[in-house]
Ligand binder design. Structure first.
Ligand code: C2E
Ligand code: CA
Ligand code: CA
Ligand code: CA
Length: 277
């Protein structure tokens, strides 16, 4: 069978043995993770760059495997994408995020809740119906859903993806382009992408303000996004000099360890109540 085949491959290349057998383990374990209640969502605040008020949060998946601690999403999300479990996991995340966000302390403005949606789902026609069902169950007037997608999602079938995204926007869902500038940027159809928000990847933000090239690219991305009516979010903001520069460049929202790391729902709840800009 398939698993045996993979095992033979581990043995054949000892330099990669750990990596690949780890992969095999994860795939087997992941299928039961949801049933065993090992998955949870952590939340990281997104703040308005100008006044540092909280405008929302991004939901980030966590998998706690008893006896082995947390497995980072960078390790198991790609495995779930290859193994076919990603759709189920995403729907789970969507429902949990909306349900938990409903119970957060409300401010006067709507709070955003952002969920990461994988490429394969953006290219499927049933995404709007699936999201509509979640919103019907858990939607709330104070909660604004944002779907974070990567540009990779648009490559396979741009026209179909644009149609799906337009349908979501018509339902009142915001669309964010995640990890912008990391390899799939296609300016040829940038003007046609139905998106409300553009997220500048951490790899650029990390080197602000001292690296001139990163600063130039960041300025360019902010200008480009604004010309197309999109808001700009910088991720991975870790220090004040970076924040200052992002503000100077007109960045709209910021997210990063400078303000808060992703937190479990109860901790995020408390953090929200305690945060003073
Ligand atoms: P992402 O969507 O780009 O999420 C941002 C990542 O940057 C998160 O890592 C977050 O914890 C981290 N981060 C935020 N601020 C800082 C900072 O100031 N410094 C540093 N060093 N890191 C920061 P995380 O939670 O490990 O997630 C990694 C990736 O896994 C995500 O990248 C996303 O691509 C994927 N992922 C996580 N949760 C989900 C999910 O529910 N569904 C899908 N499809 N993908 C997910
Ligand atoms: Ca994201
Ligand atoms: Ca990102
Ligand atoms: Ca990233």
């Amino acid at each position: 069978g398939r698993q045996t085949g993979q095992r033979i491959r581990f043995a054949a290349d000892s330099s990669n043995e750990w990596e690949l057998s780890e992969h095999w383990d994860i795939e087997v374990e992941l299928s039961g993770a949801q049933q065993r209640d090992e998955l949870s969502l952590h939340y990281q605040p997104k703040l308005c760059a100008g006044n540092l008020r909280v405008c929302g949060a991004e939901a980030l998946m966590r998998w706690h495997l008893p006896g082995r601690g947390f497995i980072p999403p960078d390790r198991f999300i790609p495995v779930a994408e290859r193994g076919g479990q990603i759709k189920q996991l995403t729907l789970w995340a969507l429902n949990v995020a909306l349900r938990q966000a409903n119970a957060w302390p409300h401010q006067t403005e709507r709070l955003g809740i952002a969920v990461n949606v994988p490429a394969e789902m953006v290219a499927q026609d049933d995404l709007p119906d699936l999201i509509a069902s979640s919103l019907e169950l858990w939607g709330h007037e104070y909660v604004q859903l944002t779907v974070e997608i990567t540009e990779r999602s648009l490559l396979a079938d741009p026209q179909r993806s644009f149609r799906v995204l337009s349908e979501l926007r018509a339902m009142g869902v915001r669309i964010a382009l995640d990890d912008f500038g990391t390899g799939y940027s296609c300016l040829a159809y940038f003007k046609d992408i139905p998106a409300d928000e553009l997220k500048i990847d951490r790899s650029f933000v990390r080197n602000l303000p001292h690296d001139a090239a990163s600063a130039d690219i960041t300025a360019l991305i902010i200008d480009l996004a604004h010309r197309f009516g999109m808001a700009v979010v910088a991720e991975g903001v870790e220090d004040l000099p970076a924040l200052d520069m992002l503000r100077q460049l007109g960045c709209d929202e910021v997210q990063g360890y400078l303000f808060a790391k992703p937190m479990g729902n109860p901790e995020f709840h408390d953090w929200l109540k305690g945060w003073t800009p």
